[in-house]
Design a binder for this molecule. Structure first.
Ligand code: SIN
Length: 300
């Protein structure tokens, strides 16, 4: 039986972003009206967590993601699933790295990075942990002083992967082809192609330099931005329940998958949707004043 209209209950989990969705059974399939509500909630909240799910087949996960748009193929990760669109997320006792264990927006080094990522964790670590953190880059942008925002709106940054992918994927490739390590120049402030809202689009995993700025000055600015972007006021933390499904918007949020469960195992399936080239619209609206009151890092 498919989930029908009127079923989803969308419950915000912080005043800033993120929501849980109850009353939708993704494994049974969802009708068009339910998909429309879910899609709207995803755009509105940036991250949605489907609770009370059962295991999704690869086909069901791919079918859902295809309703958002054509799929994105990871440039470097080897296909480890019979369905090539599925990226296997798996960390265990012998892993030397764990996917997503650092702040990033998925594959921001691509010219056209993914819009949506859909992840189901199917095996949770026995010891607990393995949470995923998210940070809202719209809030990060909106809380900067107007003069800083104005300065950043004219800048672009270089997103690279040559320092990331070989260490992660070289041992998993067949060695016959050189590992792809794309890089791209993207605006530091991007306009969301569907909501028109502005957000900061730099992250400490892929963003290596400010275009046209010397490395000391650019490095200092990036360090300040990364510190700002990962403030707790902009964060939510997803504590996984078995078979939860997360859907996040890489055009708006960064995420960090915590590896605090070694030597236990955690695994699941990820599918990403192809995005468009990030852009900045100088005519677009500035955000309303943020209600967030940022601490200055010490007790008053
Ligand atoms: C990722 O960065 O896609 C992995 C996220 C996670 O495993 O929670």
């Amino acid at each position: 039986m498919t989930s029908g209209p009127g079923d989803p209950q969308i419950v915000p989990i912080s005043p800033v972003f993120g929501a849980e969705i109850h009353g939708v059974d993704l494994a049974s399939g969802i009708d068009d009206e339910t998909f429309r509500l879910v899609h709207q909630a995803w755009l509105e909240h940036g991250v949605v967590a489907f609770r009370d799910q059962s295991p999704l087949t690869a086909d069901a996960q791919v079918e859902f993601a295809l309703r958002i748009g054509p799929l994105h193929t990871h440039p470097a990760a080897p296909a480890e699933h019979a369905n090539a669109a599925v990226f296997v997320i798996r960390t265990h006792r012998d892993s030397s790295i764990s996917n997503g264990n650092g702040w990033h927006s998925d594959v921001s080094c691509d010219e056209e990075p993914p819009s949506a990522t859909m992840l189901q964790i199917q095996l949770l670590p026995h010891c607990g942990g393995g949470d995923t953190l998210f940070a809202d880059m719209e809030a990060a942008y909106a809380t900067l002083p107007a003069t800083t925002r104005e300065r950043l709106c004219g800048l672009s940054a270089i997103h690279a992967s040559a320092h990331v992918y070989p260490g992660r994927y070289a041992d998993r490739s067949d060695g016959e082809e050189a590992l792809a390590t794309p890089s791209a120049v993207h605006p530091v402030v991007r306009t969301h192609p569907e909501t028109g809202r502005r957000s900061l689009f730099v992250n400490p995993s892929f963003t290596v330099a400010i275009d046209g700025m010397d490395s000391a000055e650019g490095g200092e600015l990036l360090t300040e931005l990364h510190e700002h972007c990962t403030r707790p006021e902009f964060q939510i933390r997803h504590r996984w329940q078995p078979y939860d499904v997360l859907l996040w918007d890489n055009r708006r949020v960064q995420h960090f998958a915590i590896w605090d469960y070694w030597p236990n195992e955690r695994s699941g399936h990820r599918v990403t949707v192809q995005g468009t080239r990030p852009f900045f619209d100088p005519e677009g609206p500035e955000p309303d004043e943020s209600p967030l009151r940022l601490s200055i890092g010490r007790l008053a």
